[in-house]
Design a protein. Structure first.
Length: 234
């Protein structure tokens, strides 16, 4: 059966530059590797094939949108064990399992561990293409979140120690006057620091700043007994 060509989607790296998505294939059957590589290339993605889990793990990582088409039974490390190994250092790489004799407990274990799909050989080309596209979309979304967090951490690192203190008190819900009382500075000084913080963090509003602080998991300072302001709405 001929496969339906899916719309080609170019991914982006952590630096924001366009980059061609990569589909890794790990299978000890050379005919399966070659067939999948041809299908992946036809769909507009970049295939990289490996005959063993060991060879795949030795491949240096990059930040392209990527997914892994993985055979369950391999000569060294089996697919389920490789999935467990990847949970620590390749968490943003979705896995599509393929097997010639899968059973329900095996598929349940794989899916519970986060597999994107579990397909039994022989699989339909369209089914595989859709599974890969879904997995690459997941990877691209994860990379986008990682890029956003990297940017936020860089911006936060640009703040002075005093600005970080003011930020923590401001997002805790205190007014400028109350922040000044907590930190021993005038309200005007707090306003000046707050303006610099908004500029450096590129926050458009106080609510935006609160959301940024929440994403960065900035710890809120303990309230003193005379601080009665409530947290602003997010």
């Amino acid at each position: 059966m001929s496969a339906t060509r899916l719309p080609h989607r170019t991914g982006h790296s952590l630096t924001g530059r366009p980059i061609r998505p990569v589909v890794f294939v790990v299978d000890d059957d050379v005919s399966v590797r070659e067939s999948l590589a041809s299908l992946i290339r036809w769909a507009g993605w970049r295939p990289e094939t490996f005959s063993s889990a060991t060879d795949f793990l030795a491949r240096p990582q990059d930040d392209a949108p990527r997914c892994l088409v993985l055979d369950v039974e391999l000569p060294d490390l089996n697919g389920l064990d490789l999935q467990e190994r990847m949970a620590t250092d390749r968490i943003d790489m979705p896995i599509i399992f393929i097997t010639g004799y899968g059973d329900i407990p095996m598929s349940v274990r794989a899916m519970k561990a986060g597999a994107a799909e579990f397909l039994t050989k022989p699989f339909e080309r369209d089914v595989m293409l859709k599974a890969i596209q879904h997995a690459l979309d997941r990877s691209g979304a994860a990379l986008q979140v990682a890029a956003e967090m990297k940017t936020l951490r860089t911006r936060y690192a640009s703040l002075t120690r005093r600005e970080r203190e003011v930020l923590a008190w401001v997002v805790s819900g205190l007014l400028n006057k109350q922040v000044g009382a907590e930190l021993g500075m005038t309200e005007a000084t707090v306003k000046a620091h707050r303006g610099q913080i908004m500029h450096k963090m590129k926050a458009e509003s106080l609510a935006d700043l609160v959301r940024i602080a929440s994403r960065l998991e900035i710890p809120l300072p303990p309230r003193s007994s005379n601080s009665s302001a409530s947290r602003p709405p997010a």
